[in-house]
Design a protein around this ligand. Structure first.
Ligand SMILES: Cc1cc2nc3c(=O)[nH]c(=O)nc-3n(C[C@H](O)[C@H](O)[C@H](O)COP(=O)(O)OP(=O)(O)OC[C@H]3O[C@@H](n4cnc5c(N)ncnc54)[C@H](O)[C@@H]3O)c2cc1C
Length: 439
């Protein structure tokens, strides 16, 4: 915990440094003649906005050491939210200039404007398009894969055109050192794309996996059992996830994230993912044949057991059961004696995957399973409705603040449960969550 907090603080300081250092570097050496306050202020906003946009490439480059203190879902959430700040800064730059110096409005004429102004327009419009598409992707029913490719292209265009605008204007970047610094900065961050899209896939290509078994589970779910093919595989901690490329090579743009559902104690590098049929990609998983070659990039995520706890309380909604299965199977394999309580919410009994295995696991560890059904079948005597504070009080021994809680499920359910835990006086560091909605 302490190690993660220190690491987190170091990364926050580094983040601020990456944004502010290129800005302050402008103040070094010979300075061009001073302009009005508003002009300089708007330029500073533009520089800071562009530096933040550059850093966005680093946030999603899947560097395990960067994301470990927070977890991937938090990093993606930050990537989304901070992009709004970056775009606001970039857009504020021309707005302030147009308001304070209306004669510059003629630069909006794309045909007659000089290239340095055209680059500014290209960068700003790309950024706006990028944010609009990211915010409203599901509303405009844009397929994920198309959105993903467009997102990458627009991001590169925005950043490259942004720096071309700065170099073209050459007010601060007249100095070759400063110009070199900014160009190097953009080349570095955009170059991360080369790492993510070419170097990393090359590495994955040399470490393929083979599907050893395909298992149908309840609730339109398919478990893929995968074994490393010609290498030792990787170790993961229960609750973590990997990016799966099921069809095609690791060079393809889109891979899909899935939690590992198997025990982390498997010695032969075997991993399992249990995938619910929910859309364009997942509907094809059940057609996979044993022997198929697949690629796994992992492990990722900070949603893991390992903290000292008197009792693990696992709260799963729907397919959010998969990381919990990994935790329970691992604890059973380790012969862990501490009590585990699983609250498992789902729409109906048919959708409750792994229910027979959960029953069987009770003989291997101190496990209590509370199934909570939204739609209960006739004669159901168990819990029904939502997971509430009363439900916790019925099944958990006090003091509630002593247990360690793990939550994974639909966003609405997770928000509700986090509020319930807060109302029961559970401190935030005692609950951990994994959101399946990165984008
Ligand atoms: C950390 C994590 C762990 C997950 N673990 C599991 C699991 O164990 N079992 C399981 O069934 N599901 C899991 N999911 C959800 C799973 O990744 C999505 O359901 C799946 O990618 C949807 O793909 P689709 O094309 O079938 O659905 P679509 O209908 O095309 O997409 C549905 C939604 O899923 C998201 N999505 C789609 N493709 C991707 C992608 N390549 N990367 C990120 N998000 C995407 C988008 O928000 C999209 O709107 C996990 C998600 C995350 C983030």
């Amino acid at each position: 915990m302490f190690r993660f907090t220190v690491r987190g603080t170091v990364w926050v300081v580094l983040y601020l440094l990456f944004i502010l250092a290129p800005l302050f570097a402008m103040l070094l050496g010979t300075m061009p003649p001073a302009r009005s306050f508003w002009t300089e202020f708007s330029v500073a906003l533009g520089y800071a906005g562009l530096a933040m946009m550059c850093l966005q490439f680093g946030l999603v480059a899947r560097f395990r050491h960067v994301t470990a203190p927070w977890g991937e879902d938090v990093i993606y959430h930050f990537h989304r939210k901070i992009s709004l700040v970056a775009v606001a800064l970039v857009v504020a730059h021309p707005i302030i200039l147009f308001v304070t110096r209306p004669e510059l409005l003629e630069l909006l004429n794309f045909v007659q404007a000089p290239w340095r102004a055209r680059f500014a327009a290209i960068s700003t419009y790309s950024l706006i398009a990028l944010v609009v598409m990211a915010l409203w992707r599901t509303k405009i029913r844009l397929p994920y894969d198309i959105w993903h490719i467009t997102h990458i292209v627009l991001a590169v265009v925005a950043v490259v055109a942004g720096v071309a605008h700065m170099v073209g204007w050459s007010f601060y970047l007249d100095d070759p050192f400063k110009r070199g610094l900014w160009i190097a900065l953009v080349v570095f961050w955009v170059g991360l794309l080369v790492y993510v899209r070419i170097i990393k896939p090359l590495f994955l290509l040399r470490r393929p996996y083979r599907v050893a078994e395909v298992r149908a589970e309840h609730g339109e779910t398919t478990t893929l059992v995968m074994r490393p093919d010609g290498h030792a595989g990787f170790r993961f901690t229960p609750g973590q996830f990997g990016w799966l490329t099921l069809f095609g090579s690791p060079f393809q743009i889109t891979s899909h994230p899935f939690s590992f559902s198997s025990s982390a104690e498997a010695v032969d590098g075997r991993v399992e993912m249990s995938i619910r049929n929910l859309g364009d990609f997942t509907q094809h998983v059940r057609k996979v044949q044993p022997g198929q070659r697949v690629y796994l990039d992992g492990p990722y995520g900070a949603f893991t057991i390992g903290n000292p706890a008197d009792m693990h309380v696992l709260i799963a909604g729907g397919i959010g059961i998969t990381p919990m299965m990994s935790m329970i199977r691992t604890l059973a394999d380790r012969g862990d004696k501490r009590p585990v309580v699983l609250f498992y919410g789902g729409k109906d009994w048919d959708s409750h995957a792994f229910r027979e295995e959960l029953e069987a696991l009770k003989s291997r560890l101190d496990l209590k399973v509370v199934h909570v059904l939204a739609k209960a079948p006739p004669g159901w005597t168990g819990e029904q409705g939502f997971i509430t504070a009363e439900l916790f009080k019925r099944h958990l021994p006090p003091p509630f603040a002593e247990h360690e809680y793990f939550i994974c499920g639909p966003d609405v359910m997770m928000d509700a449960i986090e509020a319930v835990l807060a109302s029961l006086g559970v401190p935030m560091h005692k609950y951990h969550s994994e959101r399946y909605s990165f984008v």
